[in-house]
Ligand binder design. Sequence first.
Ligand code: ADP
Ligand code: MG
Length: 263
Amino acid sequence: MNENSTYQLLRSHLSVLRLGTAAEALPGVLEQAKAERLGHTAMLERLLGLEVEATEHRRRASLERFASLPAPWRLSDFDFDAQPSVDRSLVNELGTLGFLEDATNVLFIGPPGVGKTMLAIGLARASIDAGYRTYYTTAADLVARCHRAALEGRWATTMRFFAGPRLLIIDEVGYLPLQNEAAAALFQVITQRYLKSSTVLTTNLGIASWGKIFDDPMVAAAMLDRLLHRSVVFNIDGESYRMRSHRARSEVTRKAVHQPITK
Ligand code: ADP
Ligand code: MG
């Protein structure tokens, strides 16, 4: 067989094996091999290395799309000095993702604007970067999706979907009261993940007020029991970061306005 038909055969092997990147890179790598006098091993390594890199890149992009994070925040963007009630070393410890190993849950509790969503997304980002399947939803979206699923006879599939991610973020629990089916949806999602995979949950309601979200206080108690059994809880107080920067801006404006005019 001459060299040209061997080359064609090799290209066809690569495309049958769906190694598209390697197939495309083949002519270039062969050129480099000649120019740099690469041995067979080095040449194969270079060719397949490109394929591995592309596969990894696609995997990351797909994890990223799946996660549906609403903002690009990282834990390192969080200004700890502005929110002293948040334990910096505990957040950094969580950022190493050891908590995923034993399905520990994380609860961020506090009033609006104190950075609960930001911290939850920061953990999600770290988890995606480490290659874990991660998914972000608000409690309202979760409930709406489960409601549609119930109507369309897809309840079981939807429950499997929420059981799947290694890390699930449920943002904004407590803004809307949850009745019957809605409470059941959240309860089942929490229950089926219990002791299997971690859930990060943010809420504006202190644990003592959880009864208020649910019509049935027994459901609230049972859910809290599972959430808290193995958990890290942040009670964030202090003022809203948005208000803080708003106030800082007004302060600057006020000072500017009252600046004595000097000549
Ligand atoms: P919450 O979910 O508690 O209502 P968010 O996480 O949405 O609050 O934060 C509100 C806004 O303030 C966001 O734009 C967020 O980036 C910013 N923010 C809040 N806390 C901090 C912080 N400590 N450092 C930097 N930005 C912050
Ligand atoms: Mg929020």
